[in-house]
Design a protein. Structure first.
Length: 132
C-alpha cells in the first residue's frame, strides 16, 4: 500500500467494543462458563461463576485477562494511590494485598460499561484456576 492510499477500515469483529477515537483498538468480552478462582500465594482472593475474559487488541495483542465482580472478592483489598487511563476501558484504580499490588478495577466508559467495577489481576503474581 502506498503512502497516498488510505488504509481500509478493520474488518468487523463480532461483539467487539471499539475505542471511538481509534477503531483499531478494540476488545472482545467473553463470559467464562465455569468457576474461576484467583489466588495470591495461598490466599483465595476471588471465587466467581460470573467472570469475563477480555481479549484486547491495541498497539499489540494483549494477554487475555479475567475480570470478576467485586462480590467475588474473598479478602479485603487495599486501594492504592495509583491510577491509570485507558482510552478503551476507562480509569483504572489499583489494589494491593499484604502490601503488594495485585490488580486493578476500571471505572469504565459508557461503551465499556460491562467492565465497570470488575477486578482483574496481574498474571505473574497470581494463580488462576478455571473449573471446579
Amino acid at each position: 500500500m502506498s503512502a497516498t492510499e488510505t488504509r481500509p477500515p478493520p474488518a468487523p469483529v463480532d461483539g467487539a467494543i471499539r475505542n471511538p477515537a481509534n477503531p483499531d483498538h478494540f476488545m472482545v468480552l467473553q463470559p467464562v462458563k465455569r468457576r474461576v478462582r484467583v489466588y495470591f500465594r495461598d490466599t483465595l482472593v476471588a471465587d466467581s461463576r460470573d467472570a469475563l475474559r477480555v481479549i484486547e487488541i491495541g498497539k499489540k495483542a494483549y494477554e487475555p485477562r479475567l475480570y470478576v465482580p467485586p462480590s467475588a472478592l474473598k479478602v479485603p483489598l487495599e486501594k492504592l494511590e495509583k491510577a491509570t487511563h485507558c482510552p478503551l476501558k476507562g480509569e483504572a484504580d489499583y489494589f494491593a494485598l499484604d502490601g503488594r499490588e495485585i490488580g486493578w478495577a476500571y471505572r469504565a466508559y459508557g461503551f465499556a460499561a460491562a467492565l465497570d467495577g470488575l477486578h482483574s489481576f496481574w498474571g505473574d503474581d497470581m494463580r488462576i484456576v478455571e473449573g471446579d
